[in-house]
Ligand binder design. Structure first.
Ligand code: 3PG
Length: 402
């Protein structure tokens, strides 16, 4: 579809959908990654003489004005990151903001207030989409991480204005396609998480596409228990044993090797510094729970990584937030980073937890690509069509741009 290369931006009012939904604690932004990653698109447009009008949601105010969910402090931070002044409008529709937009000069940047303060946003209300479209001549979508939402600012408005993919959107899509659609093989995936019940579609899609699937985290306990392993007091889903066995069979039929932990770090309580032991997977003491993968599992995964060309990573190997249960995640992350640095492996990671885990391991900047998306990354791994992407494709096709 069309990108900024196809946009004659000078003098145009460019409605740019960013995802400025950053983590904030007590009014302080705790991670500015999303701001930094969208900044180059904003800068490029402003440098080209566009009048950039930035749209975003922030948090979940459910159609009401919630002052703690204002985008104002985030707009200020965007200005700092860009090193330029950024204006702020205290609404995203109506005559006041229309006047502010009309007063913009070429190269100006104006951030509008949280789109989710309006009940029409999440309903994808055509009237609200029209009110947004009135503010721009063209629409640029740079919010891959919100593309799984069919909202007025991600979907509705794209139908009303000539639409383009921003630079971050382009980068996300090409990284994801290099991960699962056209990967260099062999390709492997690390899929972790607490429950298989929430990741069934994801696992189903991934086993169709990868050569090796590492199942990690508490989710692995369910697979092990389904196979007759006594997992003691570990978190697992007893009602998913049949499903786990079916998944294993499907993977076999498709030629996808499933790798499960061969040893574990177990403890009697889940707290920082709790006394822990390492044991083989078939010797888990009945009164303990698995909180991390053991060193033999790390070795096994790392041996596989050495044979892979591409790795997709979603989900930690253990309860990495609490030491010492971060060790397996850290060890595998560092090995993936080493292989990536040596040009032997392409590692594409995504999902909120995974990014925190990679940051914790100190290797978040050493991956081939780290997605800014949480939910959208998961839906993409599930093989779902994302409405924010589909609309960009559809509107390009209408213009014969493919
Ligand atoms: C995200 O953080 O994943 C996106 O900004 C979407 O947010 P949402 O889950 O509140 O729609």
């Amino acid at each position: 579809f069309r990108t900024l290369d196809n946009l004659e931006a000078r003098g145009k009012r460019v409605l740019l959908r960013a995802d400025l939904n950053v983590p904030m604690q007590n009014g302080v932004i705790s991670d500015t990654t999303r701001i930094e990653r969208v900044a180059p698109t904003i800068k490029e447009l402003a440098d080209k003489g566009a009048r950039v009008i930035v749209l975003s949601h922030f948090d979940r105010p459910k159609g009401k004005v919630v002052s703690s969910m204002s985008l104002r402090p985030i707009a200020e931070r965007l200005g700092e990151v860009l090193g330029t002044s950024v204006k702020f409008a205290s609404s995203c529709e109506g005559s006041e903001v229309e006047a502010e937009v009309a007063a913009l000069k070429d190269g100006d940047i104006l951030v509008l207030e949280n789109t989710r303060f309006n009940p029409g946003e999440e309903k994808n209300d055509p009237e609200f989409a029209k009110a947004l479209a009135k503010l721009g001549d063209v629409y640029v979508d740079d919010a891959f991480s919100a593309a799984h939402r069919a909202h007025a600012s991600t979907e509705g408005v794209a139908r009303l204005l000539p639409s383009f993919a921003g630079r971050l959107m382009q980068a996300e899509l090409s990284a994801l396609s290099a991960a699962l659609e056209n990967p260099e093989r062999p390709v492997g995936a690390i899929i972790g998480g607490a429950k298989i019940s929430t990741k069934l579609d994801l696992i189903g899609n991934v086993i169709e596409k990868v050569d090796v699937l590492f199942i990690t985290g508490a989710m692995a306990n369910t697979f092990l228990a389904a196979d007759g392993v006594n997992v003691g007091k570990s978190l697992q889903e007893a009602d998913m044993h049949d499903t786990a066995r079916k998944i294993t069979q499907i993977a076999k039929d498709k030629g996808c090797e499933i790798v499960l932990p061969v040893d574990a770090v177990v403890a009697r309580e889940f707290k920082a510094g709790a006394a822990s032991d390492v044991c083989p997977i078939d010797k888990i003491p009945a009164d303990t729970m698995v909180l991390d993968a053991g060193p033999k599992t790390v070795e096994l995964i790392n041996q596989h990584l050495a044979k892979l060309k591409t790795l997709v990573w979603n989900g930690p190997l253990g309860a990495f937030e609490i030491e010492p249960f971060d060790r397996a995640t850290v060890a595998v992350a560092q090995e993936a980073a080493r292989l990536t640095k040596d040009g032997k492996l392409k590692t594409i990671a995504g999902g909120g937890d995974t990014v925190s885990a990679l940051r914790h391991a100190g290797v978040v900047h050493q991956m081939t690509y780290v997605s800014t998306a949480g939910g959208a990354f998961l839906e993409w791994l599930e093989g779902k069509l994302l409405p924010g992407i589909e609309v960009l494709k559809a509107t390009s096709h209408e213009l014969g741009l493919g």
